[in-house]
Ligand binder design. Sequence first.
Ligand code: FA5
Length: 339
Amino acid sequence: MEQKLRALEEQAKQDVNEAQSTDALEKVRVKYLGKKGELTQVLRGMGSLSAEERPIVGKIANVVRESIEKSLDQAKLHIKNIEMTAKLEAEAIDVTMPGKETKIGRKHPLSQGLDELKDIFISMGFKVAEGPEVETVYYNFDALNAAQNHPSRDMRDTFYINDDVILRTQTSPVQVRVMEKMKPPIRIISPGRCFRNDTPDATHSPMFHQLEGLVVDKGITLADLKGTLEVFVKKFLGDHTQIKFRPHHFPFTEPSAEIDATCFKCNGDGCPFCKKSGWIELLGAGMVHPNVLKNVGIDPEVYSGFAFGMGIDRLVMLKYGIDDIRLLFENDMRFLNQF
Ligand code: FA5
């Protein structure tokens, strides 16, 4: 029995020495000292010993158990130390390493351009109004005096949600929404997204931005429109910029015009950018049509007004010399970082 116990002690110590982790050590402990452990089994067999042998073997068994426990404790301490050192090494922070650079963002060129446009018009006494991007056919076309067969109503030009609801094709419906709520004098601008079923190319995007302007008061004339746009263009594109009015048709203004500015690249001499004309189209404008005023209950005999609508994306392209509108929406950091 004594030999058996000593052999068990020897074997247990060998197992302890071979254990590489606290988990493995725990397994050794269970193997020898657990309820069904090998030492426990031996001790259970002590019943068959004589009364003289029992205390002697019992004593040896206690010594063996204490010895195994001791080597388990020592090994546990040792392995814990090793595990802790490994953990500390793995989690070590090298404070001398260079830190991660935090990239500071900047405003998108469209937002920069829009901020500048807003500043210019606010300095001229305009207030900023907003309208919905999902708009009704009534506000986008009917209230703006567009004939029932006006080509822009076509599904090939406009994104329809249903027969009455569309994605607005222009910011002009905000004119009507504002005039329904405010009575003259009115002086607002309204920037925002617009949507048209246009095939994307260098100057067209199905989603783009416009800035609408509306002034309604007593005695407003075409001269006020011209003066306002001249001040705006010189502030935005530079003092040397000139504008010209070209007759045009919009259902909601009469007379209507398209306004061109001298090409910023050749200063009006003619170059490939302006297709040798010296001029670049900037925006549509005109005097608010009497029917539009009547639609919102403003008497056109007493009040008159002007309105304009410009493509913000195209203006930003002109200002920064960007030759493809799609660059504005691709979010390529190499492009955006230039502004
Ligand atoms: C209009 O949308 C009128 N609502 C403008 C207006 C307002 C006239 C108030 C009179 C009074 P037009 O369809 O020409 O007009 O568009 C105005 C500008 O929007 C264009 O000059 C252009 O800069 C921009 N634009 C139109 N379609 C696109 C497109 N697909 N991609 C980028 N810009 C566009």
